[in-house]
Design a protein around this ligand. Structure first.
Ligand SMILES: [Zn+2]
Ligand SMILES: [Zn+2]
Length: 236
């Protein structure tokens, strides 16, 4: 156990690179793990990435940071993200954005979480720009701020529609679950927060799209895993 907790230069390099990316795909993280161990000539085993990360996490504890393992709602694949545990709210973003930009982000979060499919259109979002209480924004400004939110990996954009970025979901999961009680739901399959999801019209449970795909893969007629009613959505 003492050996496992030893933080080496390979761990520090891994952390530094992950920090600069914010979030990384599982396959990238595995490659980086190997690379860091080889460069610093320390013990490497391909199936020990989670132990390797645990060691880093022990050392991150006093800084209230953590490398968290999660899943992308788009492709269902593993992601690793460096998250901040110190603050559990949008105040995490406070040092990077002006007050009216944060107000806009809260509006966007409301729109996304209260929507059926986990998306808010740019039109819906831009409509809020001149209604902000802290300080109104011109449409042009709001567009610029939206771009920043995407660059900073708080939002991701698909054809003019916005959803929460995987990194944002991984970092804000607890905040969202406690601030949107009864609205934000956990996936019935993997039990983590589901933003983009399909919802049972009978009992109201939700599932991530990749989880829907995996769950119904072998079934000719899909039924809700909770109430057993017919699953009326298109299976991804
Ligand atoms: Zn799921
Ligand atoms: Zn159901």
């Amino acid at each position: 156990i003492a050996m496992a907790a030893q933080m080496t230069d390979s761990h520090r390099r891994f952390l530094q690179i992950l920090m600069s990316h914010g979030i990384m795909e599982g396959s990238e993280a595995r490659k980086l793990h190997r690379h860091c161990c080889e460069i610093h000539k320390v013990y490497y085993a391909h199936d020990k990435l989670d132990d390797f990360i645990n060691t880093i996490n022990i050392h991150l504890q006093p800084l209230f940071m953590q490398i968290r393992k999660g899943m992308s709602e788009d492709d269902g694949r593993v992601r690793y993200a460096l998250v901040n545990l110190a603050e559990t709210e949008i105040t995490k973003m406070a040092s990077d954005y002006a007050e009216n930009e944060l107000e806009l982000f809260r509006k966007i979060m409301d729109l996304i979480i209260l929507s059926e499919n986990g998306f808010a259109s740019s039109t819906e979002i831009l409509n809020f720009a001149d209604q902000l209480k802290t300080k109104k924004m011109k449409k042009k400004e709001a567009e610029q701020v939206l771009k920043l939110f995407v660059e900073d990996k708080w939002l991701s954009e698909k054809n003019g529609e916005y959803t929460l970025h995987t990194r944002c979901i991984m970092e804000m999961e607890q905040y969202i679950l406690s601030n949107y009680q009864g609205v934000a739901r956990k996936c019935n399959i993997c039990h983590s927060l589901a933003i983009q999801s399909q919802v049972c019209e009978t009992c109201g449970i939700g599932m991530h799209l990749p989880c829907v795909g995996k769950y119904f893969k072998a079934q000719t007629e899909p039924h809700c895993p909770h109430c057993n009613d017919f699953w009326p959505h298109e299976i991804p």
